[in-house]
Design a protein around this ligand. Structure first.
Ligand code: CU1
Length: 529
């Protein structure tokens, strides 16, 4: 007891010296806004690292034949592109928003565990560096894709144990962030802030954090079993020793399917803040949004084998996983219709955050529909491992989750920097991004339906035209992202001052949807009108 008091006193004295400056400030920071900023800037950097890898893929696929890279390096790019984008870019981006906005939205002075918060972030650069380093080890990076299926992944050279260690570090970082978010939300709400009054962004992250804690250890267990198979003589996944490689697929996807909701639920949360603001109406069906999100999270645990219809599972298994998967369309539909009902008869304006939110709704719904197509077990035998699947999940993760993140960037930039971004530049950036990304991924549906396999560096000449279109779109999207860097730097440095009432129309609404939250963290929850 006295030790605790002592710590608090020492902390207090330490802060009396004033905040650290320069590099020290960023390395040692325990401030939720600083850590949020670090997460967001790191995510922006990784967007370019992971993006460069995807452009290697698209350059090679621009025309048939082998031009730029050898097939093994091509496959290494598919692995690293996915791992960097999932663990290095999109999850840190949403963790950045969580750090910035959750304390503000629930009226807490900071995150509950500020030093662990610092550690959560600073593990990331080391984990991703370790991952990227595998490229330079004998044998190169794993060529297995991000799913790391044995026996192929066990053919990786010296890089294999480093891959496993990197995944462990990424998992520890995510779990600590999730613990922090749960503890903050459950313990540090302002008086009067009951759970169901919390803004949807906070709710989405609370549920996401539980998903993280449930499934990251499963992935850690899976890759550790790979490690012991390789180095310690076990045979979990080796048929020769009585094991079964399909077991790894079960373990991986028991993590992997909830993982896709870990990526998209925070985006749902951002959309639920942005749509009401620019429709000038409270969010339609606030509580039903919470229940729908929780239902999606629950269902995400019982659908994993829809990734494995072709391994030869019993018919009963195929039927169960097919129907459970389709069931997710119900709560997802609730959310889509709630967003549309929020807009219905609202006085809508189309600033950049709203444009990204609307594009999210249209494009994510499209990705959801192709998801229903691949969920149909008998039809999946045709779609499996084709470019149709690549098109499907990039619609949910790029034109879905990433666009949700970009809605958040433009919505909260004024809040975070104190300056307005330039609306005209923002709109040009939105339209270029939207046109190029659809040019990238829409033709891939046709390629997949015509039978082009994924993770292959060369293809039959019949696939040439759609591949060329897709590659042009990818390079266009890649170069358009330089505009995002320009916009962010310019807004940080200056521009029109943002007032307390950025997006002032939101201020008159029921406060549970009046995001951005009040300028000062509040002592007591405001009255509901
Ligand atoms: Cu899935």
């Amino acid at each position: 007891m006295s030790a605790t008091t002592q710590d608090v006193v020492q902390d207090h004295e330490h802060h009396d010296h004033g905040p650290e400056k320069g590099l020290k400030r960023w390395v040692f920071t325990t401030n939720h806004k600083d850590i949020g900023t670090l997460y967001l800037l790191f995510a922006l950097l990784m967007l370019f690292v992971g993006g460069a890898m995807s452009l290697v893929i698209r350059a090679e696929l621009f025309q048939p034949g082998l031009q730029f890279v050898n097939p093994d390096f091509f496959n290494q790019m598919t692995t690293l592109h996915a791992l960097v984008m999932v663990f290095g870019m999109i999850m840190p981006a949403f963790a950045g928003f969580a750090n910035w906005m959750i304390p503000l939205m629930i009226g807490a002075p900071d995150m509950a565990l500020p030093r662990m918060n610092n550690w959560s972030f600073w593990l990331l650069p080391f984990a991703v560096t370790l991952l990227a380093m595998t490229l330079f080890l004998p044998g190169g990076a794993p060529a297995s894709g991000w799913t790391m299926y044995p026996p192929l992944v066990l053919q990786t050279g010296d890089a294999f144990p480093f891959l496993v260690f990197s995944v462990h570090l990424l998992g520890i970082s995510s779990i600590m962030a999730a613990i922090n978010i749960i503890v903050t939300i459950l313990n540090m709400r302002a008086p009067g802030m009951s759970l169901l009054k919390m803004p949807l962004f906070v709710w989405s992250w609370l549920i996401t954090a539980y998903l993280l804690i449930a499934v990251m250890p499963v992935l850690a267990g899976g890759v550790t079993m790979l490690l012991t198979d390789q180095f310690f003589g076990t045979s979990f996944f080796q048929a020769a020793g009585g094991g079964d490689p399909v077991l790894f697929q079960h373990i991986f996807w028991f993590f992997g399917h909830p993982e896709v909701y870990i990526i998209v639920l925070p985006a749902f949360g951002i959309i639920s803040q942005v749509v009401p603001t620019f429709s000038r109406k409270p969010l339609f069906g606030h509580d039903s949004m919470v229940y729908a999100t929780a239902s999606i999270a629950f269902l995400s645990f019982i659908v994993w084998a829809h990734h494995m219809f072709t391994v030869g599972m019993p018919l009963a298994g195929q039927l169960f996983f097919m129907m459970a998967t389709m069931l997710i369309a119900v709560p997802t539909g609730v959310k889509i219709f709630n967003w549309i009902s929020t807009m219905w008869k609202g006085s809508i304006t189309f600033e950049t955050p709203m444009l990204f939110a609307l594009a999210f709704i249209v494009q994510f719904t499209f990705g959801g529909f192709t998801g229903l197509m691949v969920a149909i077990a008998p039809a999946d035998f045709q779609y499996h491992d084709t470019y149709f699947v690549v098109a499907h999940f990039h619609y949910t993760l790029v034109t879905g989750a990433l666009f949700g993140g970009l809605a958040g960037v433009f919505y909260w930039l004024p809040k975070m920097t104190g300056h307005m971004y330039n609306e005209r530049t923002g709109k040009i950036y939105f339209w270029l991004s939207t046109i190029f990304i659809n040019l990238t991924f829409f033709p891939q549906h046709f390629l997949g339906l015509a039978g082009m396999p994924r993770r292959i560096p060369d293809y039959a000449t019949q696939f040439t035209d759609f591949n060329a279109m897709s590659s042009i779109g990818a390079f266009g999207f890649g170069f358009t992202q330089l505009m995002l860097v320009y916009i962010v730097i310019k807004t940080i440095k200056g521009g029109e001052k943002a007032t307390d009432e950025v997006w002032e129309e939101a201020q008159g609404l029921e406060w549970t949807v009046s995001s951005p939250p009040p300028y000062h963290s509040f002592e007591e929850a405001p009255e509901i009108k």
